[in-house]
Design a protein around this ligand. Structure first.
Ligand code: MTE
Ligand code: MO
Length: 248
């Protein structure tokens, strides 16, 4: 019995091979193939990684302790008072280029739909830790506030100071609307501990540790980073020339 499918398959691929062989023999066509390949790689590097999800891990991968770095306890009297009250009166301000500026009580924020994700944090100082984060997706807050079409960046103002200088960070709208970008209020199944940024910290999973702003009290939408503090978009960017886009 003749296997018709096999016959057709062989026949077809035979034809294709014949055609490709002929084309492959032309140096010009091989060059074209190579440049098309380079083009694909280049465009994937430029576009795909910005939207791609950061790797998520399982419970078994969690680091036994998620260490703390930078500020472990903001030194201001205001923060001390909030900490003593278990942050019962903490509010998150969302303002700048928005239609409806918000001042969201922490309790309300924690009652919004949230996402849980286990990701790896990489610090430039050469350590990593895997933690489980619980938080509201930033895009939800920007939607609630009615982000203006003039906005280009989202700035995170923090409660801690380095001398006189407040810690702050900023991201663009691609990262701001990324599904894994959270305003996190929980770590490993508990409310966020103070050393890790209580009561609210940013998780922007495609970027390095210093972008993960802790102790967030205000989120500001802006069209330019120039007028804010040193103008380079973040405390470390202003003061020690760290990259603004710290992609990993
Ligand atoms: N407000 C604030 N956010 C901050 C810092 C800080 O000192 N202050 N340190 C950054 C750095 S360098 C790292 S590696 C992470 C550390 O987060 P962790 O303390 O939860 O490990 O927070 C980042 N966010
Ligand atoms: Mo870091």
């Amino acid at each position: 019995m003749i296997d018709r499918r096999k016959f057709i398959a062989t026949g077809a691929s035979g034809l294709l091979l014949g055609g490709c062989d002929r084309l492959n023999n032309s140096a010009g066509f091989r060059g074209l193939l190579r440049s098309a390949e380079k083009l694909t790689m280049a465009s994937q590097r430029l576009i795909a990684p910005r939207d791609a999800l950061a790797r998520e891990y399982g419970e078994a991968d969690l680091s036994p302790i998620f260490r703390s770095n930078g500020t472990r306890m903001p030194g201001t009297p205001e923060y001390a008072r909030h900490a003593a009250e278990q942050f019962a009166n903490w509010r998150l301000v969302v303002d700048g280029l928005v239609a409806r500026p918000l001042s969201i009580p922490l309790q309300t924020l924690r009652s919004l739909p949230h996402r849980v994700q286990i990701t790896r944090h990489d610090c430039v100082e050469g350590w990593s830790a895997i933690g489980k984060w619980h938080g509201v997706q930033l895009w939800r807050l920007l939607q609630l506030a009615g982000l203006s079409s003039r906005a280009k960046y989202i700035v995170f103002h923090c409660a801690d100071r380095f001398g006189e200088k407040p810690y702050y960070e900023s991201i663009d709208l691609i990262d701001a609307f990324h599904p894994q970008t959270l305003i996190a209020w929980g770590l490993n199944g508990h409310l966020l501990p103070i050393p890790n940024g209580a009561p609210l910290r940013l998780r922007v999973e495609r970027q390095l540790g210093y972008k993960q702003a802790k102790y967030i009290e205000r989120i500001e939408a802006v069209d330019s980073l120039g007028p804010i503090h040193g103008g380079k978009g973040g405390y470390w960017e202003d003061n020690v020339d760290y990259e603004w886009y710290a992609g990993i």
